[in-house]
Design a protein around this ligand. Structure first.
Ligand code: UD1
Length: 453
């Protein structure tokens, strides 16, 4: 079966641009289905390069980022077919060690393929990555870790060139200390170490659920990995991995986004399937803000609304509060009683949604990495521009609570990480619609918003 539409279509053509119209203040009710975790799929797709046989991953959402990752793997020689929510992947012949710049520059996670490529082929050529515009996002921790595993790494004209030294053609197990618990570096190095000679230990490893999902996937292929989910991961290298059929965990960030949508619209909403443990920091903050969050079943969480109170939030590596939920909570706190301080510590340029929320009537001031939010009584619908994936989600959430019609532009960001978000929200009572407008009119939608109704 062909790839699904969100994987292949962009949110825009040259002549036309899609925008999302949201008529706010509609109460929501019911249950929203949660898709598989985008960040798990991206890492696991890189991990399929380790498998010399066919494998299958299921519960794969239809997302632009996943479409891009598939394109990169195909450029390396991997065959991928979509079959419903599953991807059938045949990496038996990886014909190239060189990922194309035009694809890698659009997706930072594609860089994570450097580890498995190196482990499988003994060499990798990876252009320095792009991705969300949320900071510098270097790859020094990936590179230093690969060097510790015995790779020779140099950067030539913006391309990371990595080669395995020595006659065995295999990386060598090592003790690696990460200066920071980087998700991507932990994943790159864990994958590289699965086929290395001997034992590797990663200290100060990332503990995110997506790291654990990747470790489970590799384990199901025969890799020996202990400690994933703690800050010390040990990998005992094996000569070869085998085929696997693996379901992806539910997306905790998509789940959190819908819980915030429920809270801001004062709606009772359930979400399922989820792993409630993965939502611990999100649920804790929601409860501090006011709503009750109830775990109805091992895979179902329900939000019962209440008045909203201010709180402080600081983003941190897991199990701290996720940076990927910061923008959505910023939107929520604009309508909470009192003053909140939001501190972004993970990425240096991730408060760009603030300017757009202010245009909707929010009272937020940015000082360095802090946003000081003074709760207001209401937001107003205006045309707003999404600047990155989670900023897009924050604007949709704000639009659901705003008076009048919000028009969200920059939907290619939203489509990177949310599978069918309009339909999911419409099914629980939201009033929103994606429309195409002539590109030349997009910048002046404020003047012509009425014409779009
Ligand atoms: C992953 C997630 C992203 C999430 C982030 C933090 C994927 C595909 N993306 O991104 O959604 O927001 O984790 O939870 O899984 N850093 C360095 N050097 C490095 C690597 C990272 O300085 O070699 C810095 C980054 O610039 C950033 C911080 O470490 O400031 C965290 O980055 P990292 O955990 O690596 O995030 P990603 O893996 O890129």
């Amino acid at each position: 079966m062909a790839a699904t539409s969100q994987e292949t279509q962009s949110a825009a053509t040259d002549e036309e641009t899609s925008v999302l119209k949201i008529w706010g203040r509609k109460p929501l009710s019911g249950c929203i289905p949660i898709s598989g975790a985008k960040n798990s799929v991206l890492a696991i797709l890189a991990g399929t390069l380790l498998c010399p046989k066919q494998c299958r991953i299921s519960n794969v959402p239809s997302l632009a980022d996943i479409g891009k990752m598939c394109q990169i793997l195909r450029a390396l020689g991997v065959k991928i077919e979509r079959n419903g929510d599953a991807l059938e992947i045949d990496a038996s012949h990886v014909g190239s060690d060189r990922a194309p710049y035009e694809l890698v520059s659009k997706l930072r996670a594609s860089f994570f393929a450097v580890g498995p490529l190196l482990a499988r082929l003994g060499s990798a050529r990876m252009p320095l990555p792009g991705g969300c515009a949320i900071g510098a996002r270097p790859v020094d921790l990936h590179v230093r870790g690969l060097q510790a595993l015995g790779a020779e790494v140099r950067i030539e004209q913006g391309v990371v060139c990595a080669d395995v030294k020595g006659r065995s053609g295999r990386l060598k197990g090592a003790k690696i200390y990460l200066d920071y618990p980087s998700v991507g570096a932990t994943e790159t190095l864990m994958m590289a170490a699965t086929l290395a000679e001997g034992e590797t230990t990663i200290y100060n490893a990332a503990r995110e659920p997506e790291v654990v999902d990747l470790a489970s996937f590799c384990g199901a292929m025969g890799a020996i990995i202990h400690g994933a989910g703690t800050n010390t991961i040990t990998i005992v290298g094996v000569p070869e991995l085998h085929t696997v059929d693996y379901p992806i965990v539910p997306d905790r960030i998509e789940a959190g986004t819908f819980l915030v949508a429920a809270a801001i619209t004062h709606s009772e909403l359930s979400i399922a399937p989820v792993v409630p443990d993965h939502l611990t920091p999100i649920i804790a903050k929601l409860r501090e803000i006011g709503p009750q969050v109830v775990i109805d079943a091992p895979d179902t969480v329900r939000l019962i609304p209440s008045e909203l109170r201010a709180t402080d939030i600081e983003t941190l590596p897991y199990p701290g509060f996720p940076t990927d939920m910061q923008a959505q909570f910023s939107a929520l706190l604009t309508l909470a009683e009192g003053n909140s301080v939001i501190t972004e510590t993970v990425f240096e340029n991730r408060l760009r949604h603030v300017a757009e929320l202010s245009r909707m009537g929010a009272d937020i001031r940015v000082k360095g990495q802090n946003a000081i939010v003074r709760g207001v009584h209401g937001l107003s619908g205006v045309p707003v521009m999404a600047t990155d994936l989670r900023a897009a989600a924050a604007l949709v959430i704000a639009g659901l609570a705003a008076d009048g019609m919000t028009i969200v532009k920059g939907l290619h960001h939203l489509d990177r990480g949310y599978d069918n978000i309009e339909q999911k929200l419409r099914n629980v009572g939201a009033h929103l619609e994606r429309v195409k407008v002539p590109t030349e009119r997009v910048d002046n939608l404020a003047d012509s918003a009425e014409a779009l109704v």
